[in-house]
Write a protein that binds this ligand. Structure first.
Ligand code: FES
Ligand code: FES
Length: 162
């Protein structure tokens, strides 16, 4: 017998109601409710493509149960900024060519935001460690590391969009 309940998840500042079986991961619940900006890669915690912020901490949504996320603030990459008002991380990834196919980019940006929430002025090595759970097949990583460093500098100087 399926064990389903109605959840209210706070996603990018909006409460969204959904019926979710107990075994659904947060990744599945987000994508099934239209948040396809959250990418599905390995579904076992190896690639970081599915990263979202939960109460400002980056987590792999494929390893998080949807039911455990009720009452918390969930932020996806589209909750950080948009085309008209991009977040400094989004701007830096675009300007420095840190995204090629783009599949890893939402998770990379979320992991970067989680890192900068804890450490606004990271060294290059700290950025490497902070992004060590995120895989990219395309870029060779150097431009991603540069983009995070540039965004961190902008965020320290100018803050972030509210
Ligand atoms: S899909 Fe979650 S870590 Fe790969
Ligand atoms: S840009 Fe293609 S996987 Fe990273």
């Amino acid at each position: 017998m399926s064990n389903t309940k109605q959840l209210t998840l706070n996603i990018n500042g909006q409460d969204e109601k959904m019926n979710v079986p107990s075994h659904r991961t947060l990744l599945e619940a987000l994508r099934e409710s239209g948040h396809i900006e959250v990418k599905c890669g390995c579904e076992k915690g190896d690639c970081g493509a599915c990263a979202v912020l939960v109460d400002d901490v980056a987590v792999d949504s494929c390893l998080t149960l949807a039911w455990a996320s009720e009452g918390k603030a969930i932020t996806t990459v589209t909750g950080l900024g948009n085309v008209d008002e991009p977040h400094p991380l989004q701007t830096a990834f675009k300007d420095l060519g840190a995204s090629q196919c783009g599949y890893c980019t939402p998770g990379m940006i979320i992991a970067s935001k989680g890192l900068l929430n804890e450490n606004p002025d990271p060294t290059d090595d700290e950025i490497r460690v902070g992004l060590s759970g995120n895989l990219c097949r395309c870029t060779g990583y150097a431009k991603i590391l540069d983009a995070v460093g540039q965004a961190a500098e902008v965020m320290r100087r100018e803050g972030e969009p509210s």
